[in-house]
Ligand binder design. Structure first.
Ligand code: AMP
Ligand code: MG
Length: 201
């Protein structure tokens, strides 16, 4: 059974326990609903691929609430710092060289990892409550549209995950911009909430 709960302090404690226990929790971000697992736990991350029917070669975005959490996860260049200053928290995902704490399952065995700091208060509260980096793709079955309400998530995930935190509708509904900053010139790998003009401004 899948529970749908408002993000009360009690629900956040439950969500945090589930994540520490290797289980999945769906939660709202400012872009779309995410399907989260402890990013440091390879087995937990495999549950995401199973619940979504997502191919294992499609890497996940790791969400954090504090830049200090990145230290064991990836190499942060001065350019990446500048972009974080300008656009975090918000819908900008940065591709950075990964460190060994990130399981291969998160990064589809690439030498890099995608990281972002969401601005949605429920996403931030969940990250703060569990104190884990959370790997989360959109909370839809693979091939279906990305969900912007808890009800959309329930339609796709009922019986597949234990908990959905209902934070209402996501206001962007557009996915995060994915920007590769691992080599010389930054390169947009996926357009999204932060436009090329905003990045160049
Ligand atoms: P989703 O979680 O469904 O929004 O998809 C995340 C997307 O981020 C992936 O489909 C990739 O396009 C991109 N991504 C995640 N990690 C990496 C990476 N290490 N290198 C390049 N692109 C990535
Ligand atoms: Mg998706």
């Amino acid at each position: 059974m899948t529970q749908v709960l408002s993000p009360t302090p009690e629900a956040l404690v439950l969500a945090s326990q589930l994540l520490h226990d290797g289980q999945l929790v769906a939660f709202p971000t400012e872009t779309v609903y995410g399907l989260g697992a402890n990013a440091l736990d390879a087995k937990a991350v495999l549950n995401i691929f199973a619940a979504k029917g997502r191919p294992a070669d499609n890497p996940l975005i790791v969400h954090v609430y504090d830049r200090a959490q990145l230290t064991p996860l990836c190499e942060v260049s001065p350019l990446a710092e500048k972009l974080m200053d300008a656009f975090w928290p918000g819908p900008l995902t940065l591709i950075l060289p990964r460190k060994p704490a990130i399981p291969d399952e998160v990064a589809a065995s690439l030498p890099t990892v995608a990281v972002r700091m969401p601005s949605h208060p429920v996403a931030a509260a969940l990250l703060r409550a569990c104190k884990l980096p959370i790997a989360a793709p959109s909370a839809n079955r693979s091939g279906k549209p990305s969900p912007t309400t808890a009800h959309h998530v329930l339609v796709d995930m009922d019986g597949r995950i234990p908990l959905i935190l209902d934070g209402g509708s996501c206001d962007v509904g557009v996915e995060s911009t994915v920007l590769d900053v691992t080599s010389g010139a930054p390169c947009i790998l996926r357009p999204g909430g932060i436009t090329k003009d905003m990045l160049e401004g």
